[in-house]
Design a protein around this ligand. Structure first.
Ligand SMILES: NC(=O)c1ccc[n+]([C@@H]2O[C@H](COP(=O)([O-])OP(=O)(O)OC[C@H]3O[C@@H](n4cnc5c(N)ncnc54)[C@H](OP(=O)(O)O)[C@@H]3O)[C@@H](O)[C@H]2O)c1
Length: 313
């Protein structure tokens, strides 16, 4: 069968022949992959920069989730999949997936589920999220950030403030009750005075500058500020001053593979899939045949829509 294959972390994946996957375990199912999203996490898998990359070996077939059709005709969303989801067929573990309604749009699910479940898991599994809380989304103009605004409202946030580097894109985010620009400390302080939880997709220097601006404007008697890191679009490292931690009630945690178990993630998939099926959550998608993987990969990334590869097209 044909698949995207990473042979070097310095090159985009190539469209190549790979061995057919074989089901082995009692929960295994071989599916024809219909759609697989090109998420930032998959780009990191393919260039070796993700924190799980030390456990991977080349060559590898990229892709961390997808939608496939089982031999009986059922449609499945799956996490993982072997050899990877960017292949014509994959073995899936049915405990890490869900059978979708026949009416589900494979491209919409492949584009949206990874984006929506990120903040869903952070708020439902990494903290005890109180209804009415104020949430700030840092990196709100991307697929996962825009979805975080929706998810926070859906889970009961009182206010959701969107933060990013592009004023026009920020203004167009549905559901944001306030906005602030990165690099505008006074604006961040004003907008973030009563923030309870930050969902941070950027890390790097913008995250530290935003933390400092929020804490500068905080009432000393205010409750804790819980900062949840989910991504690193602006840098893998951030120099957080020790004084910022000691002088405030800042709580710094992360949410992702490792801080969440596979079982916790799988348990939340059905609820998120149902909200995609009924149109509550949607990320704009750009479908592309998988055979075009090499030239599509090198196209500049655009945070306004999610590339979805179609192995069967
Ligand atoms: N932990 C989890 O569970 C989980 C799940 C899914 C995704 N993620 C992570 O979340 C992050 C965002 O994913 P996404 O799907 O939203 O990506 P995306 O759709 O490609 O959007 C990227 C976002 O990052 C912003 N950005 C990129 N470089 C920046 C910089 N140097 N300074 C400031 N802003 C910058 C973009 O701003 P513009 O719009 O202005 O370009 C946009 O808001 C990634 O690191 C991804 O790996 C984590």
């Amino acid at each position: 069968m044909r698949a995207a294959v990473v042979t070097s972390y310095d090159e985009p994946p190539h469209y190549r022949d790979v061995p057919e996957p074989r089901a082995g375990g009692e929960h295994d199912l071989v599916v024809d992959v219909l759609a697989a999203g090109l998420h930032p996490r998959v780009r990191m898998q393919a260039d070796g920069s993700h924190y799980t990359s030390a456990r991977e070996h080349l060559p590898l077939v990229p892709g961390i989730d997808g939608v496939g059709r089982a031999p009986g005709g059922d449609l499945w969303y799956f996490l993982g999949g072997a050899p990877g989801s960017m292949a014509e067929r994959a073995v899936i573990d049915t405990r890490r997936g869900i059978a979708l309604p026949e009416t589900a749009d494979p491209v919409a699910v492949a584009a949206t589920l990874n984006c929506a479940i990120a903040s869903w898991l952070a708020l439902r599994r990494r903290i005890t999220f109180a209804r009415g809380s104020t949430v700030m989304v840092v990196g709100a103009t991307g697929g996962t950030g825009r979805m975080a605004v929706r998810v926070a409202h859906h889970l009961g946030a009182g206010r959701v403030i969107a933060v990013g580097r592009d004023a026009a894109r920020l203004a167009a985010i549905p559901g944001a009750t306030g906005t602030a620009l990165l690099g505008d400390p006074a604006g961040l302080t004003r907008a973030g005075r009563d923030v309870d939880v930050v969902l941070d997709f950027l890390w790097g220097p913008p995250a530290v500058a935003t933390m400092a601006a929020l804490l500068a404007g905080r009432d000393p008697g205010a409750g804790p500020l819980t900062w949840i890191n989910l991504g690193e679009m602006a840098g893998a490292e951030a120099a957080v001053p020790a004084g910022l931690l000691r002088s405030s009630r800042l709580r710094l945690i992360g949410s992702g593979q490792g801080s969440l178990t596979g079982a916790e993630t799988a348990a939340e998939v059905p609820a998120v899939a149902a909200l995609i099926a009924d149109g509550t959550f949607a990320v704009p998608a750009s479908p592309v045949p998988l055979r075009d993987v090499e030239r599509t990969w090198t196209r500049p990334a655009d945070s306004r829509s999610r590339i979805v590869f179609l192995p069967g097209a």
